[in-house]
Design a protein. Sequence first.
Length: 243
Amino acid sequence: MAGHSKWKNIQRRKNAQDAKKGKIFMRLAKELYVAAKDGGGDPEMNPSLRLAIDKAKASNMPNDNIERAIKKATGDLDGANYEEVVYEGYGPAGAAVMVELLTDNKNRAASDVRHAFSKHGGNLGENGCVAFMFDRRGYIVIERNTTETDEDTMMLTVAEAGAEEMEPSEEVFEIYTPPEQFQDVKKYLMDEGYQLETAEVTMFPQTYVSLSEDDENKMSRLIDRLEDLEDVQEIYHNAELNE
């Protein structure tokens, strides 16, 4: 993982999302809905819902929107029935791509994703064809300009919190945790007074692939097209992309 900071990818995604705030709220509402439907509407008893609420609040989603999504899931309001779907495939030059969706129409979703892949130099594969190339991990970012903590002290704090790895850079401390320890590590750091710029459970590629300039442009267009799809929640890939 060394040398492949996810922070630049996070920044790229945040910049893209800022331009599509309404669509982001819709995606967050779906995520809240599925979490509440699967595990109940009480975030104290449902870690997935608590994580989804934290994610929504971090994106400045209004509380009314959050409560409405949960009420739809628990039957207090009428709403669509969303299903979680994951598609796997290959982008230009064989780059591995995973696409997570929440949809009320699996046929439409499959058609949209397949079209995006085929139009931009990729193709869909069978379930499991690239999933083994990724690991799910908790990911927390603390910007250096928000704390006076030095690198050695931060390393000790992160270890005490229960994290498994920290990668410092000039701009940020990137902290990695097992998925099941994510909430505990997050709470520990917040209780210690740290401001978390990013805190999520996400997928990381085990290895990265380099692309030619032409393939990199195609890959960027594929990602942009997938991000525009109504049902797409998250996109993971193992391509090295320049900013």
